[in-house]
Design a protein around this ligand. Structure first.
Ligand SMILES: NC(=O)c1ccc[n+]([C@@H]2O[C@H](COP(=O)([O-])OP(=O)(O)OC[C@H]3O[C@@H](n4cnc5c(N)ncnc54)[C@H](O)[C@@H]3O)[C@@H](O)[C@H]2O)c1
Length: 443
């Protein structure tokens, strides 16, 4: 079967792989960016294969190559038009999800493909996962009886780094929000399992944290199926925020989503640079005593120039601060714990502590030398934090990526680089994380 691919970006590699695995005859690839085609083909050592013709205009490609099957992997907003152009040329199409951005376009694709007897398939590959297939077979044999209700929860992280990789992401015209993009497979599976036809939907979508997007970063819905079952949908791309404190943002490998700081006097120099970074900033005041005496206060002018949010810590007034901040560190009240509260409140499955050493003030810019005599005190303090997390957030796993100095308080993982630099650490006793850079967000 003669096959062509339109759109040679990140997901395209899976399409070429599928074409090769299914012995399709790849006659052409198309992308408006010539280098995208070459990069893609090179990944399969096909860059010298000139029988695969390169096109920057898909209409020309359809006309000249007349493929029998085309896969469409461009940005989502183009799917419907390209699909309709293929159908009009009697070409079968595999359309990346979502098949269209509007219901009317999806209906049009279905109607026109039926009229022209052309096959159309939308990429919902998760239907073929083993567990999903098993569940579906069991469901079809009636093993679960009457289905009362079902839920999907999609809690993923997509941060600014992801959205700046491709400007079409998070736009209404080309991508849609977290429900349309990231949760679509979950929504598809919920429908498929629960009974397809839907009577009513009630939902709310909001953009809670990704202020720079057009679309929502969280969506919740209740779905009433025609067969009487009920479903709930929870989808978000707020799942794994990168939260930093003090001067961490100056580290070249770290790109933050949220930032906490509150001690101005010692580190005032770094605040000059802060305005050049566009993560969400929480700049604080600490009120230590019951009289509300402010001892650390970042000036109002800095709050304004950074469009920052104020947060006030009252370690002696608030139970939760007392528990996680004041008490565990024996009154030191490190900013780390303020940031950790925030992380805990987002209820992630895991928290990765990166570069969170035992220095007294949580500064991790190389300027703070660790006072080794105080390490046992800090380890002890972190043990209190561990107890607190276990008790109040038992489902959250905390993983510390070394170098961290917490001496096994949490589940420690090391990197190859770190172990190579520290031969004194016995490898046999280590858990090695081959690639911790997703957490460091290296470019
Ligand atoms: N099935 C899945 O699980 C899954 C996963 C990731 C992405 N996707 C979908 O795949 C699509 C592409 O995502 P991506 O991350 O690969 O995006 P991408 O930006 O990396 O790639 C899109 C490519 O399309 C090209 N393009 C744009 N306009 C074109 C045109 N008129 N003709 C030909 N090429 C054109 C761009 O130059 C780019 O190289 C999206 O719709 C996305 O929702 C699906």
């Amino acid at each position: 079967m003669n096959y062509a691919l339109i759109g040679c970006g990140r997901i395209a590699v899976n399409h070429i792989k599928a074409a090769i695995n299914n012995n399709l005859h790849i006659v052409a690839v198309c992308d408006v960016k010539p280098e995208a085609m070459e990069n893609l083909l090179a990944q399969y050592h096909l860059e010298k294969n000139m029988s695969i013709q390169r096109y920057t205009d898909y209409k020309k490609m359809l006309e000249e190559k007349k493929p029998q099957l085309v896969a469409i992997a461009t940005e989502s907003g183009l799917h419907a038009q390209i699909a309709l152009d293929c159908i009009d040329q009697d070409v079968n199409v595999i359309i990346e999800k979502p098949m269209a951005m509007r219901m009317v376009d999806a209906e049009e694709i279905i109607q026109r493909s039926k009229a022209r007897n052309v096959k159309v398939c939308a990429c919902h590959q998760n239907r073929f996962n083993n567990a999903v297939q098993e569940t579906r077979s069991a469901l079809e044999t009636g093993r679960f009886g009457k289905l009362s209700h079902g839920s999907i929860h999609v809690r993923w992280n997509r941060n600014r780094n992801y959205y700046t990789q491709a400007p079409w992401r998070g736009t209404w015209a080309q991508d849609g929000g977290c429900l349309m993009n990231q949760c679509i497979h979950g929504i598809d599976l919920l429908r498929w399992m629960m009974g397809d036809e839907i009577e009513e939907v009630y939902g709310v979508t909001k953009r809670q944290f990704h202020e720079y997007l057009e679309c929502e970063d969280v969506g919740m819905a209740v779905v009433k199926f025609k067969n009487g079952a009920i479903g709930t949908i929870e989808g978000t791309t707020e799942g794994l925020p990168h939260i930093g404190v003090n001067t961490t943002f100056l580290h070249p490998k770290i790109k933050l989503d949220y930032y906490f700081a509150r001690d101005y006097s010692e580190r005032s120099a770094c605040y000059d640079e802060l305005k050049n970074y566009d993560f969400v900033k929480f700049l604080g005041i600490v009120e230590w005593s019951n009289e509300g005496r402010e001892i650390y206060q970042i000036p109002e002018s800095i709050i304004e120039e950074n469009h920052a949010r104020r947060f006030i810590t009252q370690p002696q007034k608030e139970f939760i601060h007392w528990d996680t901040e004041h008490y565990p560190v024996m009154g030191l009240g490190s900013i780390i714990f303020g940031a950790l509260h925030f992380a805990l409140f987002t209820m992630p499955k895991q928290i990765f502590l990166v570069g969170c050493d035992c220095s007294a003030d949580g500064h991790f810019d190389g300027s703070t030398t660790i006072d080794h005599s105080s390490v046992p005190l800090f380890v002890d303090s972190w043990n209190w934090v561990k107890t607190f997390i276990k008790r109040y957030y038992p489902k959250i796993e905390v993983i510390s990526i070394n170098p961290i100095g917490l001496n096994g308080v949490f589940r420690d993982v090391y990197t190859e680089n770190y172990l190579n630099a520290h031969p004194e650490i016995a490898r046999s006793e280590c858990e090695i994380l081959s690639d911790c850079y997703p957490y460091l967000k290296e470019d």
